[in-house]
Design a protein around this ligand. Structure first.
Ligand code: EPU
Length: 440
């Protein structure tokens, strides 16, 4: 059993500085084959940890990915007076001890956007919370906005003050409200759905995101005593309850990791790769694209096999909210299109800066024309060559890893802290399928 103490937080921070200096060295064009296991979903795990603020009882979480963003969330819980015990390789127990503060640490909040999930639970249980603007990947215009969260808390009766470098929200008692999201927001839906569980009366959320992580979160909240209906559809109804109990939660497999490995296998096109411990049904839009471009694949209940194919065809793709094609798979798919025959148009609709990484692929030899920040035209196939690169963010960094694995020669990727925010023991797992990758 392992406790996360303040001392371990300090050690982790200094370890993190070293990690930020780490690099991947990849020698490309090695044939890849074998099997690779998918870990628990980052974007599901990050939404579950803050629920520990809403109950006196322990919460046990299984299939927790050992990634940097989850470490930051655990440090946040420790800083807010919770014990975080490791019960096994990927199992954790979290329990409230003493609520020590209502301030979300700027250092931690700056590191991951999902830190905003801690705001609602603190507001609902303590009536007050201070927090800076959340960080995370720099993929949206300026700092990624939180207006829909703040509007939602306002409708639930909270008062907002903007202080120097931080927000303060106060509410004696949150009340149920009718909230229509002007734009579909994943974490916004999760945050207001969670907070509404402890509000007085009924909350109706409309134009909600429908990602599988939202239904999974609602499932856990209902097992803890909440009354949520409609999660996974555009309208969610929440009847507020007085208290929540503890609960146990099995984190769903990471659909973005599954899709990323499938795209890697298709781009490498060198041997059969089986992706295990996944939920193929969460990736319907990717399989539809694979049908169109000629990727050879077989789906099973919890695995996917990608087999070599004669030729991959170019296609246009537009990112969309779930169940459409995920923006988090756009950068790996762009790499795949550099190997496809023909011209493809990649249209990124969710974020303003997520396609800028394509310039790095051009440096590797890809033939890509940027039409505007939301659209690039890829002419394929193109031979890629190893280069010295810096990972701009999590998903673009992973796309560079894929590009390096299929490129001729050696690639050095710096700033891999960004990649390790979301992929556990990546080098080790890729080595097991034949990749020549070292972390130094
Ligand atoms: N937006 C606003 N105002 C808000 C909230 C969002 O304008 O108050 C905008 C965003 O700027 C964006 C759009 O709405 O243009 C959608 O953003 P959303 O809120 O859905 O994104 P998120 O919840 O912050 C989650 C994932 C992202 C993933 C998106 C879209 C987590 C922790 N993050 O972000 O994952 O790209 O949904 O599916 O769940 C990643 O894992 O690499 C990642 C960035």
């Amino acid at each position: 059993m392992k406790f996360l103490s303040v001392k371990s937080v300090i050690i982790r921070n200094s370890v993190r500085n070293i990690i930020m200096e780490s690099k991947f060295i990849i020698n490309g064009e090695k044939p890849l084959s074998g099997s690779i296991k998918v870990k628990g979903a980052k974007n599901a795990a990050l939404k579950v940890f803050p629920l520990a603020l809403m109950t006196d009882e322990p919460i046990e979480v299984v299939n927790v990915p050992d990634i940097e963003d989850c470490h930051r969330a655990q440090e946040m819980l420790a800083a807010l007076g919770h014990s975080v015990k490791k019960l096994g390789i990927d199992k954790m127990q979290i329990q409230r001890q003493n609520r020590t503060c209502l301030n979300l640490s700027a250092e931690l909040v700056n590191k991951f956007r999902a830190s905003i999930m801690f705001v609602g639970p603190l507001l609902a249980t303590c009536g007050e919370v201070y927090f800076p603007h959340p960080g995370g990947c720099v993929i949206g215009a300026g700092t990624r906005p939180i207006d829909m969260f703040l509007d939602g808390f306002d409708k639930m009766g909270a008062k907002l003050e903007v202080l120097e470098n931080k927000y303060r929200l106060t509410a004696k008692k949150l009340k149920g409200a009718n909230i229509f999201f002007p734009k579909i927001t994943v974490t916004g839906t999760e945050s207001l759905m969670t907070t509404a569980c402890l509000a007085q009366g009924e909350t109706i959320l409309e134009n909600c995101a429908m990602e599988p992580e939202i239904s999974a979160l609602a499932g856990l909240l209902n097992r803890m005593g909440a009354k949520i209906e409609g999660a996974g559809t555009p309208t969610i109804k929440i009847a507020g309850v007085k208290k929540l109990n503890g609960g146990e939660y099995q984190i769903i497999p990471d659909r973005i990791e599954t899709g990323t490995f499938a795209i890697l296998a298709a781009a490498s096109n060198s041997g059969a790769i089986v992706i295990e411990d996944c939920e193929p049904k969460h990736l319907g839009s990717l399989w539809a694209l694979f049908d169109k471009i000629g990727v050879n694949y077989e789906l099973d209940k919890s695995s996917v096999k990608i087999l070599p194919t004669d030729k991959i065809l170019a296609t246009d793709v537009t990112t969309h909210e779930y169940p459409g094609f995920a923006t988090d798979l756009q950068s790996p798919f762009t790499v795949l299109m550099t190997q496809a025959e023909g011209v493809s148009l990649i249209h990124e609709t969710i974020y303003d800066r997520r396609l800028l990484f394509a310039d790095l692929l051009t440096q590797m030899g890809a033939n890509i024309i940027m039409a505007d920040p939301h659209r690039v035209v890829v002419n394929g196939p193109a031979k890629l060559y190893g280069r010295k690169l810096i990972s701009p963010d999590l998903r673009a960094g992973m796309a560079l890893v894929i590009a390096a694995l299929i490129a001729k020669g050696k690639t050095e990727i710096g700033n891999i802290y960004q990649i390790e925010r979301g992929y556990e023991k990546l080098a080790e797992r890729l080595k097991n399928i034949g990749a020549d990758i070292e972390k130094i």
